[in-house]
Ligand binder design. Structure first.
Ligand code: AMP
Length: 201
């Protein structure tokens, strides 16, 4: 399945459909949902890009996002939050601060200066790679992985493999927004996935 593919009718129905599909359970989720701008055909034709930078322009909504995640994981003895480049670094480091946990950046190739381990993963077209400093996490540590968006799950799967390789214990993977199939009890590489709001697909 293509990542965030556009359906018939293009972007005009986006606002109405997003409103209709908005979650009702926690009032803060509605604000998060409606603050994510959807840009059709970015970075290429057919992709519905979920732009979370508009969420970050609203300090209360940004705070709500971090608060909800900190509330969920506050009692889970998370020792490290691993954030995925690029927007996962922003949400992940914020949640790490709120939890009093350490923050571990998972970055694209050749960005980290120390000794790294790498995991290649498949994109819709081609491949990409995530790297982590080998000494950032010790075996047995309880890890929360954070990214902004989950589509195919390839990126999160690579992140889980990196943490698995050093013997860390990935407790859960959280994304701000994702495909509807991830809402519920979906698992990736045996690890639970948690998304705050569903994207339009
Ligand atoms: P995937 O590996 O297919 O789950 O893609 C998730 C990663 O790609 C995340 O790091 C996202 O930032 C980025 N991404 C993929 N598709 C989109 C999209 N439609 N909107 C925003 N970000 C996306």
């Amino acid at each position: 399945m293509a990542r965030g593919e556009l359906g018939e009718g293009g972007g005009e129905k986006v606002a109405a459909e997003r409103e209709a599909a908005a979650p009702a359970e926690d009032p803060r989720l509605q604000g998060i949902f409606s603050s994510i701008r959807v840009i059709p055909h970015f970075p290429k034709h057919g992709i519905m890009f979920n732009d979370v930078t508009t969420l970050m322009l609203r300090p209360q909504v940004f705070k709500d996002t971090v608060d909800i995640l900190a509330e969920r994981y506050g009692g889970m003895a998370i020792s490290a939050v691993a954030g995925i480049e690029a927007r996962g670094l922003i949400f992940g480091s914020s949640v790490a601060l709120a939890l009093g946990a350490k923050f571990v950046p998972l970055r694209k190739p050749n960005k980290l200066p120390g000794k790294v381990i790498s995991e290649v993963y498949t994109l819709e077209y081609g491949h990409d790679c995530l790297e982590m400093h080998v000494d950032a996490v010790q075996a047995g540590e309880r890890i929360l992985i954070i990214d902004d968006f989950i589509a195919t799950g390839g990126t999160i799967s690579a992140a889980i493999r990196l943490l698995d390789r050093v013997g860390a214990n990935v407790i859960e993977c959280a994304c701000v927004v994702g495909l509807p199939k991830y809402k519920g009890h979906f698992k990736l590489n045996g690890k639970p996935i948690y998304i705050l709001v569903e994207c339009r697909n």
